[in-house]
Write a protein that binds this ligand. Sequence first.
Ligand SMILES: Nc1nc2c(ncn2[C@@H]2O[C@H](COP(=O)(O)OP(=O)(O)OP(=O)(O)O)[C@@H](O)[C@H]2O)c(=O)[nH]1
Ligand SMILES: [Zn+2]
Length: 357
Amino acid sequence: MTLGLSIIEQLTRARGDLRMGVPVMLAGDGALLVVAVEALSAQRLADLRGFGPLEVALTARRAQTLKVAAYDGDLVRLAVPEDAGMDWLRALADPADDLRYPMKGPFVSLRDGAADLHRAALLLAKSAPLLPAILAVRVPDVALAGITRLSVSAILPELGRASPLHAVSAARLPMAVAGMGRVHVLRPEDGGPEHYAIEVGRPDRSAPVLARLHSACFTGDVLGSLKCDCGPQLQAALAKMGAEGAGILLYLNQEGRGIGLANKMRAYSLQDQGFDTVEANHRLGFEDDERDFRLGADILRGLGFGAVRLLTNNPAKIAMMQAMGVEVVERVPLRVGQTAQNAAYLATKVAKSGHLE
Ligand SMILES: Nc1nc2c(ncn2[C@@H]2O[C@H](COP(=O)(O)OP(=O)(O)OP(=O)(O)O)[C@@H](O)[C@H]2O)c(=O)[nH]1
Ligand SMILES: [Zn+2]
């Protein structure tokens, strides 16, 4: 009898490995042993040197900041010099000190062969969610004791799709501004964060429902940050649902537009140095927005909602709902919480991210 792991189980384990700094083997055209630079230890770096010449994979976004030509389109592979240590690798991955100690080349970009394994490693790091910077070494495709081995052709489709969600539990909740509601907890199959759906009142499934897709913002929702408008948007959405007597609010755990709180704080630190919200994400190696809004549509349909009046200023959310078969019969603007401290942030979202004023 065997207890083989499914692809999703292997992926979940691999994310945990990456976060711990444990190497993962990616197999396809050959094999790579990969470690997230962010989680690397000096001992592991020394151990990996024993396997052969080391490489680093970065996204083209990060490469642009480092002024390295990206020959593989969306990513770059760099040779790691033999005398390069932890500080060199960390500075490649993390832009915290880019301005104080600009990294100097010459960087040696690698162009031989395909970069599919590196690409998969970067996707995996983003989904972990860790900085997209990977230390890699080519190895023979043979099992290594204790090391998770992933077939890239098997994991790529999984990394590209929203994991199915399952309702775990639900209960009634009286809320200050929304009145009586019902909180549903939804758990993805892939070990990722749970999401929440909050039904306000008793929404009628046969008519368009007032809906809000809210992405988690610890700083705004909990701390009352003045740097963004999330907290006031959350409260205003709940208040409007309360006033109308019905609505559905999805609280999606996609902190920092999908990059996670640790990376969002890295982005805030870059913003303290003068970069705007989009530039900061790019310097870290991320896209402006790493969220997957398919998730929201999946949850709405799962709860029986096929048409919404969507509270948003973000056309990308509307487009994704429509594309995923949830009809948006109306966009309900949500303009609240403007402060002196978030005026530039909101202006950047209008200028660069297509947000409606
Ligand atoms: N990376 C990053 N994320 C941020 C920053 N400021 C806020 N966020 C995150 O952005 C998300 C908030 O976006 P939302 O309010 O859901 O959506 P939106 O795209 O602004 O669209 P609407 O509010 O619906 O108009 C939350 O996940 C916040 O944590 C920032 O400067 N950098
Ligand atoms: Zn916020």
